[in-house]
Design a protein around this ligand. Structure first.
Ligand code: FES
Length: 258
C-alpha cells in the first residue's frame, strides 16, 4: 500500500454522471489485484473524507491506473472538475480483490454487475481473459442511456444486458435475467459487484457455489481498517463483524449478510 500524489493524465465524461479518470504514479506498478480499490482525497478542503473507488484498469508499463466513477454528491462532483496535471493524494491499492488463481485456461466465469459496480469487474474481466478464462458478462442498468464501456466488455466476452425500463436488452432486474438466461448454466466461478439488490440475488442464487464472490460497496471513512465505519455482520453469526475495507470488499457468497 502506498500514499502518493497521483497525477491526473486525463478525465473523460462517459454518460450524464459517469467519468473515467486516468492517473499516473508508482501505485500502478504495485500489481493491484482486480477488486482492490484506492482512496482519493478530493482536492477541495471542504471534503475531509477520502472517497473509495474501485480500480477499473491498470497499465503498469505506463504507470497508469484508471478509475470509473459516478457523481453522487459534492465530493465526486468536485472530482469531475479536475483536469490533466492535477495531483491527487491517493492511498492504495487497498482491500482484498477477487480470487482468480484457482481458474485454469479454458474454464468459464460469469461476471455479474450493475451501475457503479462495473469498474472493478472490468479489471477482473481483463485479468481473467489474460489467464485464458472464457468470460460471460451479465450487466444491469436502469436504462440504456446509463450504459458505459459496452464495447470494452464486448471485446472481452459475451455480454447480456438487462435494463429496468426495457430500453436495452432484457426487460427487468438483473436477477430475473439470471433466472431467464442462466438457470441451468454451470460456471467455474461467479463474480458480482453492484447495488444491494443485485448482490442479494447473487448471494442467494450462488450461496453453495464453491467459487462465487461478491464485492460490497460501503460508506467508508478511514479505508484501512481502523474506524469500523464499514462493518457488516457475518451471515452465519450476526455478532461477528467484517470490515468491508480491510476484510473485503470481496467476500465469498454466504460469508456476510447482505
Ligand atoms: Fe474505516 Fe473500514 S472504513 S474500518
Amino acid at each position: 500500500m502506498l500514499q502518493e500524489n497521483l497525477t491526473v493524465v486525463s478525465q473523460r465524461q462517459l454518460t450524464a454522471d459517469v467519468f473515467e479518470l486516468t492517473l499516473q504514479g508508482k501505485m500502478a506498478t504495485t500489481d493491484p489485484v482486480a477488486g482492490q480499490f484506492v482512496d482519493v482525497k478530493i482536492p477541495d478542503s471542504s471534503h475531509l473524507l477520502r472517497r473509495p473507488f474501485g480500480i477499473a484498469q491498470v497499465d503498469a508499463a505506463k504507470s497508469q491506473l484508471r478509475l470509473l466513477y459516478r457523481t453522487v454528491g459534492q465530493g465526486t462532483a468536485a472530482l469531475s472538475q479536475v483536469t490533466a496535471g492535477t495531483r491527487l493524494d491517493t492511498i492504495g491499492p487497498l482491500g482484498h480483490g477477487f480470487p482468480t488463481d484457482f481458474l485454469q485456461a479454458g474454464q468459464h466465469a460469469l461476471i455479474i454487475g450493475g451501475g457503479t459496480g462495473i469498474p472493478p469487474l472490468y479489471a477482473l474481466s481483463r485479468q481473467l481473459v489474460a489467464q485464458g478464462v472464457e468470460v460471460t458478462h451479465a450487466i444491469g442498468f436502469g436504462r440504456q442511456q446509463q450504459i458505459f464501456y459496452e464495447q470494452e466488455f464486448r471485446e472481452l466476452g459475451a455480454v447480456h444486458y438487462a435494463t429496468d425500463d426495457g430500453s436495452y436488452g432484457f426487460h427487468g432486474h438483473i436477477g430475473l435475467l439470471l433466472d431467464a438466461q442462466f438457470a441451468d448454466a454451470e460456471f467455474d466461478a461467479v463474480y458480482a459487484c453492484g447495488p444491494r439488490g443485485l448482490l442479494m440475488a447473487v448471494n442467494n442464487r450462488y450461496r453453495e457455489h464453491p467459487h462465487a464472490y461478491v464485492s460490497l460497496e460501503s460508506r467508508m471513512a478511514c479505508g484501512v481498517g481502523e474506524c469500523y465505519a464499514c462493518v457488516v455482520p457475518a451471515q452465519a453469526d450476526p455478532t461477528k463483524m467484517y470490515k468491508v475495507c480491510d476484510d473485503g470488499p470481496v467476500f465469498a457468497t454466504g460469508e456476510v449478510a447482505i
